[in-house]
Design a protein around this ligand. Structure first.
Ligand code: SAM
Length: 268
């Protein structure tokens, strides 16, 4: 069942990741809540607070899947300000000379390689009345369908470990960001605290696939999720890869003893 990284070919990994997320799309949010006891919401909320997007920010959320990041954004106080942003800030300031050709109605672009995940995300956003201001784009993190120097911020939450060529995705993040733009990644990481590590190992290897079986009738997909976490590079190595892509001021912050980590970097 090992297909997180080295035991299968790159093509096979891409195919299997696609199959996993096609299968889990409908149950993804419920399972996330059940498996993380809701903690992933706290991490995501904190992640967005750290970013504090300013009015007019063009935010690209890659591997956005069901778009939960956006839902949390919308529920946060900051998002309320964002929702009340003028549709076209330049016009609102009385300067119509440089109005954005694409229209500024979409501040957040959710991009995911899997249409099923995007469809579920769109459905959830519509149920919450959050369609305005988001565009949903099917696309590969390794070959983003966006212009160079076009985004102010790039976020990726629990997505990068599923990407087949991680360095390529980081290079693409760098390409699409404007100079001064910020890269932020939230991902499961290496647990540094030994006490947390023992409990976490027991929980993730034994409980999570079982929960996947009970709640979603799908042991293997959740087994994959755990394996992919174990095979992802630890904090320091991943930080180095971000620097390799060209980012400066790269920082790492561990969450919950390293169960997850936030990596951040700037395109200067
Ligand atoms: N960001 C969301 C969240 O935090 O709830 C969803 C994370 S989900 C674990 C991982 C997502 O990565 C899936 O929706 C999957 O389709 C997407 N994904 C995997 N490989 C990708 C790629 N190469 N490019 C874009 N998205 C990808």
């Amino acid at each position: 069942t090992h297909f997180g990284y080295e035991n299968v070919s790159k093509e096979e990994k891409t195919k299997r990741v696609h199959e996993v997320f096609t299968k889990v799309a409908e149950k993804y949010d419920v399972m996330n809540d059940a498996m993380s006891l809701g903690i992933h919401r706290i991490w995501k909320d904190y992640f967005m607070q750290k970013l504090t997007p300013m009015p007019g920010t063009k935010l690209l959320d890659v591997a956005g899947g069901t778009g939960l990041i956006r839902v949390i954004l919308a529920n946060s106080k900051k998002m309320k300000n964002l929702e009340s942003w003028p549709q076209n800030p330049t016009e609102a300031e009385g300067d119509t000379s440089s109005s954005d050709e694409e229209g500024d109605s979409h501040h957040v672009t959710v991009c995911d390689i899997n249409k099923n995940m995007l469809d579920v995300g769109q459905k959830r956003a519509a149920q919450r009345g959050l369609m305005e201001g988001i565009s949903w784009v099917e696309g590969n993190a390794e070959e983003l369908p966006f212009d160079s120097d076009s985004m102010d911020a790039y976020t990726i939450a629990f997505g990068i470990r599923n990407v087949t060529r991680v360095q390529k995705a980081l290079d693409e993040a760098y390409r699409v960001l404007k100079p001064g733009g910020r890269f932020m990644c939230l991902e499961f990481s290496e647990v540094k605290n030994p006490l947390v590590k023992n409990a976490y190992d027991l929980y993730s290897f034994q409980v999570i696939p079982a929960l996947g079986q009970i709640l979603a009738g799908d042991w293997n997909s959740y087994q994959y999720l755990i394996e992919s976490i174990r095979k992802f590079p630890p904090q320091e190595e991943f930080a180095y890869m971000i620097e390799e892509a060209g980012f400066a001021c790269v920082t790492v912050e561990n969450l919950s003893g390293g169960i997850a980590a936030i990596h951040s970097g700037f395109k200067l």
